[in-house]
Design a protein around this ligand. Sequence first.
Ligand code: S3P
Length: 195
Amino acid sequence: MTAGTGPDGTAAGTAPEREPLPESARKPERILLVGMMGAGKSTVGQLVADKLGWGYLDSDAEVMAATGLTVPELFSLHGEAAFRAAETDALGLACASAGPVVVSVAGGAILSPENRDLLRRSGRVIWLRARPETLTARVGDGAGRPLLGSDPGTALRTLEAVRRPLYAEVADDSIDVDDLSPDEVATRIIDRVGA
Ligand code: S3P
């Protein structure tokens, strides 16, 4: 130690420089919920936002607001590619919106590498993970979800197998929601995020 420096080697009277907190320990500006159709993203997302007093956005709702069409209308009039383009636009706006905000991200948004990259950079990504049987029970006859066709159980199983590694790739954390109520899932999210 030399004259004029404190015991830790910093100039006397100045605070030592601290390492910035790792991202995982900081409160995020956005909580981004990902997962399959039927995982409960919208119900839980709204609950988390209400409990925290944060804003809330749902990517499907943003697509509908921007296009003036429902998701099934967009699929049938313009095709899935047009829906995915509108989804990427909506996600871009949601991820640029001033926080704090909870965003429910529609199930297929993680198919695009651009969207996955955006999600990872935009906040804490939580995967609401559910078994295909749970998803099947929750979506019922699949009304309003054009990808589920006439056999939602088979469609969900196939989609889930393809998408599982993509959800795992973007998620900072995951919650197995099969045996939890929406309120329990919301409470866990808030605990995990430390918000
Ligand atoms: C889709 C999920 C739906 C909706 C569309 C396609 C998908 O949203 O965007 O039917 O590809 O997984 P939810 O995950 O909110 O049901």
